[in-house]
Each structure stands twice: as structure tokens, then as C-alpha cells.
Design a protein around this ligand. Structure first.
Ligand code: ATP
Ligand code: MG
Length: 425
């Protein structure tokens, strides 16, 4: 086991690496939770992504704590805490301004595994060494001991932090079979950290992607949020496609991307770039928008096909919306509030054409106007023939009431001169 002395920022055993840690970045609340666990006679460490990110001088998202206290032991120490989770039972300990996750050391080997080797229940407690070994990557298995200012490294994770290598703990085939989500995590973390995935793991991912079909759709939904709302959406998307994993989460989207001209590819890339920008500048993002983008190509292709089969544009649209959402559900779940909102974004697209009197005001007042307008202008940037619409609605929002009325009147006059045939774009 190697240990780093935080103050001198050097490995105190036989290593040669140097890892300055900015301990000011560690959340006070988490340090207090550790102190209380210590005071009650337990071991407690910060572990996982928090330690990894500190070593890389990144702002950790969270500080998870690993301890030899059982969930019940921990629950008894903290008034503001509760036990959560079925697959893993962990304790959330609340403090001013947040909470931290406290997990008991777990052993890897006794977890029950199904016929494909996937872990289905995993609540066997173990030693700290065992807890390191059950983690996914070496750089995610470092323990920070705040009492002694040391980092405990049982898997040569420090070496890999330094070499910027994402290395699976143990045999990649076995570990990905145990939990296929680790393949998604590999791509996501490699992008986020700018690390290289070790060769044998790359090779395993390319062979084992289809195992993702066994992962419950609710878990893949959670993972999708981490993949695309983590401020590296565009690069992560490219990584997932390089490793041929994207198709196992979004098969309809993958098919449309492969068949389509460049517009749908552009739309997806622009939307992800936009998502990254929004997160960078602290603006809100919603999975509904991601879904609206990813499923737009498949939905539109189906709608066109149904129109060719003789359905009216409205009926074809409604049927395609329903069918596309249903087809996605076995892969990633779509909580109701997001599917409603996605439908709104789609349904409002054709209402942008109707710029007659009251319709304009009604659309402008719609709860989902802003998201639908953003979507419209993304389509325009992607090369769909909706430039004029995007421009009109951009100007409309910018001008005063009097000018708005003039704009509506002008487009009303124009549209009465043209055919009133209903079109869906
Ligand atoms: P992020 O920066 O995105 O939070 P993270 O590595 O901290 O990355 P978490 O999902 O917060 O990811 O997980 C915390 C820790 O739990 C990981 O660092 C890793 O040690 C362990 N872990 C998470 N998911 C798995 C998994 N599927 N298999 C094994 N260990 C895992
Ligand atoms: Mg984390």
C-alpha cells in the first residue's frame, strides 16, 4: 500500500510521484462527517471520484465516504441521515448546504451474479482492500484519510492518475460482464478527465457493447443524464459512437444517423454543443430537450413514411410521436414529465408556421415556447429549411408590442395571398 503525505505532497513510501492536493476544495460538511465517524470509533475515508478529481486539480462534484460502520451504525450517529438504495444500501448524511453519501466497505467476490455474470445484488460488507477491488477503475479506488493526511492506494491508482490511464481493476471482460454500465463510465470518464482507456479495456468494450441491453432502462436513463449533462456531451457522444455503444442506448437514433443526410447529424452535434455551453454558463438543461433531439430524426422519418402510406400529415405526426417514444422505452426510460415536455417541443414545431392573430400570442405564452423556439432555431442551424421562421420568431421576441402587432398583420396579409394548405415541416 502506498500513502501520500498531503502536506509535503509526496508519496511517503517508495513511490516517486508528486501529487499536490488543494485541500480547501474538500467540502467542510464531508470532513465533519468523517470526524464524527472517527469519534465513534470507525474508519472513514473520502473515496472515488472526489479523490481522483482532487489529484487532478478538478472541482469534485461530490465527496463520497467509505467506512467500516454499517448503514445502521452510521444512521445512529447522524440525526439528519437516512438509509437509501436497494441494490446498494448507503446512508445520506445531511448538513448545511448539502449531503454526503456514506457507504460501508463492500466485498466484490460474494456478490450474486446472474448467468451472464452480471451483479444483481451486492450488499456483502468487506475490508477496505476488498472495497478498493470492487471499484471500477484504479483511479477511482483511492482513499483519502483526512486524519493522517494520506492517500491509500491499493491498486496502483496513483501511477495511473499520473499516466492519465483509465485502467479496469481486474479483468476488463469480467468486470464489464458483471456490470455493463462500466463501459459507459469508461467512455464518460476518459472524455471528462482526458485519459486514455487501457488497450485491453478498449478491446473488451468493442466486443461487449451489446450487454447493455441487459441493463434496466431506468439505470440507463440515469446514466444518460451523466453522459450528456456533464458538460462534455459532444465529445462523450463521439466517444460512445467510436466504441459503438451509442446504438445500445439509442438504436433508432443510431439508425437515423447512419441513414440520413447531414442535417440530423448536425442537429445532434449542435444540440450537444449547445447543452455543453448552457451548462458552462450555468443555464438550465432538461432531458426532455435531449430526447426531443435524439428522437427527432427517427420520428420524422416514420412520419414521412406514414404520409407516403396515405395518412394525413396530422395523423402521421401523432402516430409517429407515439410510436417513436414507445420504441425508445425498452432502452432508456423516459419519466412522464419529460415525455410530455418532449411532445410539446415537437408539437409546437408546426405551430410556428401559423402566424395569424391570436395564434401567435397563444404560442408565445405557451409554457414550452422557449424550448420549442430553441429547437426550431437549432433545426435551422442544422440545415433544415426553417431559417425564415427562426428569424421571424427571433425578431418577434426582441421588439415592442406595437411592432409585434405590425409583424403579425404583415404575415397575415402575406399568408392570405398564399395557399392555406396545411403543411408539416
Ligand atoms: P463523477 O465525477 O462523474 O461523479 P465518479 O467516479 O465519482 O465520477 P460516481 O458515480 O460518483 O462516479 O461513483 C463514485 C465511485 O463509486 C466511483 O469513483 C467508483 O469508485 C465507484 N463506482 C461507481 N460506479 C461503479 C460501478 N458501476 N462499478 C464499480 N464501481 C463503481
Ligand atoms: Mg462522483
Amino acid at each position: 500500500m502506498k500513502a501520500i503525505d498531503k502536506k509535503s505532497a509526496k508519496i511517503v513510501s517508495n513511490g516517486v510521484l508528486e501529487h499536490p492536493i488543494d485541500t480547501d476544495l474538500i467540502c467542510e460538511g464531508a470532513l465533519e462527517v468523517i470526524s464524527k465517524l472517527h469519534a465513534a470509533g470507525y474508519k472513514a475515508y473520502i473515496v472515488g471520484g472526489g479523490v481522483r478529481d482532487l489529484l487532478l486539480n478538478l472541482h469534485p462534484k461530490d465527496f463520497d465516504i467509505a467506512t467500516d460502520a454499517t448503514p445502521e451504525n452510521a444512521r445512529a450517529i447522524f440525526d439528519h441521515s437516512r438509509i437509501i438504495g436497494r441494490r446498494f444500501r448507503i446512508v445520506h448524511v445531511y448538513f448545511d448546504g448539502g449531503y454526503t453519501e456514506v457507504a460501508t466497505f463492500r466485498a466484490p467476490s460474494t456478490a450474486s451474479v446472474n448467468t451472464q455474470g452480471r451483479i444483481i445484488a451486492d450488499n456483502t460488507y468487506g475490508s477496505i482492500e476488498e472495497d478498493a477491488l470492487r471499484r471500477d477503475f484504479t483511479v477511482n479506488a483511492l482513499f483519502y484519510d483526512s486524519e493522517n493526511n494520506q492517500i491509500l492506494d491499493m491498486v496502483d491508482g496513483l501511477r495511473d492518475v499520473d499516466a492519465k490511464i483509465l485502467r479496469v481493476i481486474g479483468d476488463p471482460d469480467l468486470r464489464f460482464r458483471e456490470d455493463p454500465v462500466r463501459m459507459l463510465r469508461a467512455v464518460r470518464l476518459a472524455v471528462k478527465l482526458n485519459f486514455e482507456i487501457e488497450e485491453s479495456a478498449k478491446d473488451a468494450i468493442l466486443r461487449l457493447g451489446s450487454l447493455l441491453s441487459e441493463v434496466p432502462s431506468a439505470r440507463l436513463f440515469d446514466e444518460m443524464i451523466k453522459l450528456f449533462h456533464g458538460s462534455f456531451a459532444q465529445k462523450t457522444f463521439q466517444g460512445l459512437r467510436e466504441f459503438d455503444l451509442f446504438r445500445h442506448m439509442f438504436p433508432l437514433t443510431e439508425q437515423a444517423l447512419e441513414q440520413e443526410s447531414s442535417t440530423f447529424n448536425n442537429l445532434v452535434n449542435l444540440a450537444l454543443e449547445n447543452t455543453d455551453d448552457r451548462i458552462q454558463s450555468g443555464k438550465s438543461v432538461t432531458p426532455a430537450f435531449l430526447y426531443a433531439v435524439f428522437l427527432w430524426g427517427p420520428m420524422r422519418n416514420l412520419s414521412k413514411q406514414l404520409e407516403l402510406d396515405g395518412l394525413s400529415p396530422q395523423v402521421a405526426h401523432d402516430a409517429s410521436v407515439k410510436d417513436t417514444i414507445l420504441s425508445q422505452l425498452p432502452y432508456t426510460s423516459i419519466p412522464k414529465r419529460f415525455s410530455f415536455s418532449m411532445r410539446d417541443i415537437w408539437n409546437l414545431q408546426h405551430r410556428f408556421y401559423n402566424r395569424r392573430g391570436k395564434r401567435v400570442y397563444q404560442l408565445f405564452e405557451h409554457d414550452r415556447f422557449r424550448a420549442a423556439y430553441d429547437f426550431l432555431c437549432l433545426r435551422s442551424s442544422a440545415g433544415e429549411p426553417v431559417d425564415e421562421l427562426c428569424e421571424w420568431w427571433t425578431v418577434y421576441q426582441d421588439v415592442d408590442e406595437v411592432t409585434r402587432k405590425k409583424m403579425v398583420r404583415a404575415s397575415q396579409n402575406r399568408s392570405s395571398k398564399h395557399s392555406k394548405k396545411k403543411t408539416y415541416h
